[in-house]
Design a protein around this ligand. Structure first.
Ligand code: DX5
Ligand code: ZN
Length: 239
């Protein structure tokens, strides 16, 4: 199970220290939300924020690009030190060239899908990505409530992975707390992004450990490796 605190919910006045705090608290990845004020109605931060954080931690940095024109940002984020770059399937025809561009930069590829987008739009890309990000809120802001109707999408991503013998991770993002992390794990998620649900707790360390435990206990995957191996997969339990 991967627990990825989202720095969007961290204290912006001491960004670097917050990244180190997440590292010391046992996070697996750092999730950095990039919002352009166009694809989503909010603006967050750019490649310089990744550049600042990069030397302070060995954690994997995941840049989640909620941006209309990611093509102009891929190289800057790769150079700034992002290890994984996630783009949105809503970009349509741009998706294939963007995936290849991220690969050519030597980075892992994630593909995100919004709550209102049909899973069929994701299917053609499944064998080309390392991670599927099922958005569990409409992107743009931290602190929103989890949308329960997204759970079948996680199950769909999970079934497809087994059927097609693929190895992508299944990540969830938005309104993830201990309870919703357990629900998502039961549906097949293995990678959990949480902002408010982690940084809002008194002890970040205890919160990360608790979320990981809840996820593990509820997962249909009985044994986990860093690289997902389909031989460990079983059918998801009923929700
Ligand atoms: C939402 C972002 C999320 C956000 C999650 O647009 O993609 O990563 O930081 O925040 P919480 O966990 O507070 O819902
Ligand atoms: Zn995100």
């Amino acid at each position: 199970m991967i627990i990825a605190p989202s720095l969007l919910a961290a204290d912006f006045a001491c960004f670097g220290k917050e990244a180190q705090r997440a590292d010391k608290a046992g996070a697996d990845w750092l999730h950095m939300d990039i919002m352009d004020g166009h694809f989503v109605p909010n603006i967050s931060f750019g490649p310089d924020a990744v550049r600042v954080v990069r030397p302070l931690t060995k954690l994997t940095i995941e840049a989640h690009l909620m941006c209309s024109r990611p093509e102009i940002l891929l190289e800057p984020f790769a150079k700034a030190g992002a290890d994984r770059i996630t783009i949105h399937v809503e970009l349509g025809e741009q998706v294939t060239p963007l995936i290849w561009k991220i690969r050519s930069l030597g980075k892992k590829v994630g593909l995100a899908i919004n709550p209102g987008t049909a899973m069929s739009s994701l299917e053609p890309f499944l064998d080309k990505v390392d991670l599927v990000l099922v958005m569990t809120v409409n992107p743009g802001f931290g602190g929103q409530s989890f949308i329960t109707e997204t759970l079948p999408k996680i199950q769909q991503a999970f079934s497809w992975r087994a059927e097609k013998n693929l190895k992508y991770r299944i990540e969830v993002d938005g309104g993830i707390n201990f309870q919703t992390a357990a629900e998502c794990a039961r549906a097949g998620a293995d990678t959990f992004v949480a902002g408010t649900g982690l940084f809002g707790q008194l002890s970040l360390k205890r919160a990360i450990a608790k979320m990981r435990k809840m996820a593990k206990e509820n997962s249909p995957i009985k044994e986990l490796n860093v690289e997902l191996d389909n031989s460990f997969l079983s059918t998801p339990r009923n929700l």
